[in-house]
Design a binder for this molecule. Structure first.
Ligand code: 13P
Ligand code: SF4
Length: 395
């Protein structure tokens, strides 16, 4: 469980609606619909850049701003460090002198930063509606029920949970309690190798694609070694025999952004741009990853493009803010970079963090009034930290 502290307590009842408009109304049980209770500056305000700069300057070393690669340009310019999920988790843990960590990313990243920082450090998420649809696809209740199913099938003792960073603190705590580790897209192979040294089977949460891609592409397993656990079906939709025969039990979750890329888009770009290199994130479907030339985390994608020769052509399958930034950056070096999908593919929740919210968060901190603090409760934190530290200790 996480407590997010808005500027004042909201007198709201959980809404029965399954899907709220982001940033409108409030549902304290979900990351999907959360109000911003503050007095937000208008996005058209020409002084916003100056205001962000002034508030940051006033805060000095007291504040450390982390920015995930999917953040907007208007926000990323104020990040002290940028990175993928793994790098940002490490960087958050390495700043004990900063009283405030402002996380320009999504909720699960801010939770992880809170878990990895000291108790007196305050982690702030500029917009509480910046959740992650994938993280929401595995709830603590569903995962506890899954463990009961594994126990009844007689396999729980052989299973080691491996949870993707893109999961709630509750799921990370479950993972820690059951002897498992967290992984990110840059260390999933090492996490699985470690897990298979501890047990015979892995329960991989919540991204089926990263789990399947890592098992099959990087570890040499077959697709038949993997089964898909559907939390919306009794017994996960699997028989006890299927669970006993499986090596990888994949949770039926996915990223709504990376799930859009298709083999058709790969074929189409190869036809349109002869000689193009297709580089995709491992959250893409298995058939897309199989059709691509290169696969890796956001940090890997950036390094691959830095190392690419002038004149090379690239189609990138990941979030659009990053691809657009890379296309602009490398145009000067004569590297042609295009977006793999034909339609727009921003991560809507990453995009919730905009300059007005960042200015509001920074100015509130500068006034000594931390807003949108993300705080994981001590019991959850204890076990989630165990799982995160196992990841940080991976060879
Ligand atoms: P990485 O930056 O770790 O590759 O993660 C991608 C992502 O989807 C974060 O939400
Ligand atoms: Fe979640 Fe996908 Fe957005 Fe990352 S890109 S925050 S996994 S929805």
């Amino acid at each position: 469980m996480t407590t997010a502290h808005p500027v004042q307590d909201l007198d709201v009842q959980p809404t029965p609606l399954a899907l709220l408009l982001l940033g409108r109304e409030a549902d304290p049980r979900s990351e999907r619909g959360v109000e911003c209770p503050g007095d937000l500056p208008a996005p058209s305000d020409p002084d916003l850049v100056e205001r962000a700069r002034a508030a940051k300057e006033k805060l000095g070393d007291k504040v450390f701003v982390l920015g995930h690669h999917y953040q907007r340009d208007e926000v990323i310019q104020f990040a002290d460090v940028t990175g993928d999920s793994f790098k940002l988790a490490r960087d958050a843990a390495a700043r004990p002198e900063a009283e405030y960590i402002v996380f320009c990313g999504v909720h699960f990243m801010a939770e992880s930063a809170d878990i990895l920082t000291a108790d007196d450090q305050k982690v702030v998420l500029p917009d509480l509606a910046a959740g992650c649809s994938m993280a929401d696809m595995a709830t603590a209740e569903q995962v506890a029920e899954c463990w009961d199913v594994l126990t009844e099938a007689g396999v729980a003792e052989q299973v080691v949970p491996v949870s993707y960073m893109n999961s709630s603190a509750d799921i990370k705590a479950f993972t820690g309690r059951h002897g498992g580790t967290i992984c990110t897209s840059s260390n999933a192979k090492r996490a699985l190798e470690w897990a298979f040294e501890q047990g015979e089977k892995v329960l991989f949460l919540p991204d089926q694609h990263l789990g399947r891609n890592t098992a099959v592409r990087d570890m040499g397993m077959s697709l038949e070694d993997c089964v898909l656990y559907n939390p919306h079906k009794p017994g996960g939709g699997l028989t006890a025999e299927e669970l006993r025969n499986a090596k990888m039990i994949l949770w039926r979750g996915h990223c709504s952004v990376h799930g859009r890329f298709s083999v058709e888009s790969v074929n189409d770009v190869r036809e349109r741009i002869p000689g193009v290199n297709v580089l995709v994130h491992p959250e893409c479907k298995h058939e897309v990853v199989a059709a691509a030339d290169y696969v890796g985390s956001t940090e890997y994608i950036i390094k691959a493009l830095e190392a690419a020769p002038a004149g090379s052509k690239w189609a990138i399958g990941t979030e659009l803010n990053l691809v657009r930034r890379l296309a602009n950056r490398f145009a000067a070096e004569d590297k042609e970079i295009v977006f793999l999908d034909k339609t727009v593919c921003f991560c809507s929740t990453m995009n919730r963090i905009d300059l007005p919210h960042l200015v509001w968060a920074l100015e509130s901190l500068a006034d000594g009034n931390p807003v949108n603090r993300i705080e994981v409760d001590p019991e959850t934190e204890k076990y989630a930290k165990l799982a995160l530290e196992r990841m940080l200790a991976l060879p």
